[in-house]
Ligand binder design. Structure first.
Ligand code: FES
Ligand code: FES
Length: 149
């Protein structure tokens, strides 16, 4: 058993301590906004926030995440209001298939937590998520919209 604090709720999950956080979130908690892409920390599809910073959940164990504040895409909206990054994604109409997009959004939220006014170089350094549909130009446009919001 491991205790996780996910989207403001204390939750017990019945998994081995070395289970990747990705699987505990998806399989045990049923929060399927966290996507599996590569399983080796390369694609960013599984990005969540841990204590406000971006983390690739396939590379973090449940034991390492225990007691820390985990946020998934399901926990971003507040009182029915989309987070400004989510709203920018809607306004700019970013997604194509959508598979990578939750990880993209979480990575951008983490970037803006750390740097509210990131430069293009900051964006290039921080947002290394892979999109097989090639939405990168729309992602950049949405990031700039979110910065101004
Ligand atoms: S599934 Fe975690 S980085 Fe690709
Ligand atoms: S929108 Fe399809 S993988 Fe990014």
């Amino acid at each position: 058993m491991a205790g996780l604090l996910v989207n403001g709720r204390d939750i017990e999950v019945d998994v081995e301590p070395d289970t990747p956080l990705l699987w505990a979130i998806r399989e045990n908690l049923g929060l399927t906004g966290v996507k599996y892409g590569c399983g080796i920390g390369a694609c960013g599809a599984c990005t969540v926030l841990i204590d406000g910073a971006a983390a690739r959940a396939c590379t973090v164990t449940v034991a390492d995440a225990a007691g820390r504040k985990i946020t998934t895409i399901e926990g971003l909206a507040d009182k029915g209001m989309l987070h400004r990054v989510q709203q920018a994604w809607v306004d700019v109409d970013v997604p194509q298939c959508g598979y990578c997009q939750t990880g993209m959004i979480m990575a951008v939220v983490a970037l803006l937590n750390e740097k509210p006014q990131p430069s293009d170089a900051d964006i290039d350094a921080a947002i290394t998520n892979i999109c097989r549909c090639g939405t990168f130009q729309q992602v950049r446009a949405a990031i700039h919209a979110a910065i101004k919001a």
